[in-house]
Design a protein around this ligand. Sequence first.
Ligand code: ADP
Ligand code: MG
Length: 246
Amino acid sequence: MSALLEARGLSKRFGGVVAADAVSFSLAPGEMLAMIGPNGAGKSTTFAMVGGQLAPDSGRVLLDGADVTGLSPAALFRRGIGRTFQVAQTFATMTVCENVQMALLSAAGEVFGLWRTARARHREAALEALARVGMAQAADRPTATLAYGDVKRVELAIALAARPRVLLMDEPTAGMAAQERAELMALVRTIARERAIGVLFTEHDMGAVFAHADRILVLVRGEIVAAGAPEAVREDARVRAAYLGE
Ligand code: ADP
Ligand code: MG
């Protein structure tokens, strides 16, 4: 059986910097896979190669065993590779529900001019996604009035509304307080399991990583130096030396 998502030997160089050096991993349905490593390790570069924002110099990305290397972000999105978008990309003057509907509209490739007719169709799906992240009661409020942690939940709803099979989350909890961070990661994990979504995420908070990841990849200078279950990675001497500062 092939993995949901597989990266095979992804490499990317920027001038003299090898940002990613033959990065390989696989992601199973419902799995929470964390990618950790110091700043500049190549995490965002790897995400961008999987999400289609960057073409790899070499290596392949497979989705359900099919080669999707080099497809555009929009094409990958239509095939089920979603990602969370940052707060700046939501429209503050629109309501929470409209933001989710807007995301569905663009995911469906519908033109903006059809907004008035098309959005009615997407309201139900948007409300369902908002309800799943505990934000149904805020559906008709302007997004600008939300607390920061709630904006993060809306970002998750936007990603979920498109029914992704793979979710890429590059620092989804940036700027959140520890308690909110733990709650959001627990919610993502629950939803990933119930919908069989494979989640690849980065996270600075090692407590959240070790609590919510099924497996951890450790990237140092573009290379995966360790991979495995949290307990195994925590005990890995190379990880302690290279990353955990022990
Ligand atoms: P991380 O997300 O783990 O902090 P990045 O993937 O952002 O790491 O960066 C990996 C390396 O690649 C760093 O040395 C960074 O400076 C470099 N890099 C990333 N993106 C670019 C770019 N667009 N142009 C030049 N260098 C880049
Ligand atoms: Mg990064």
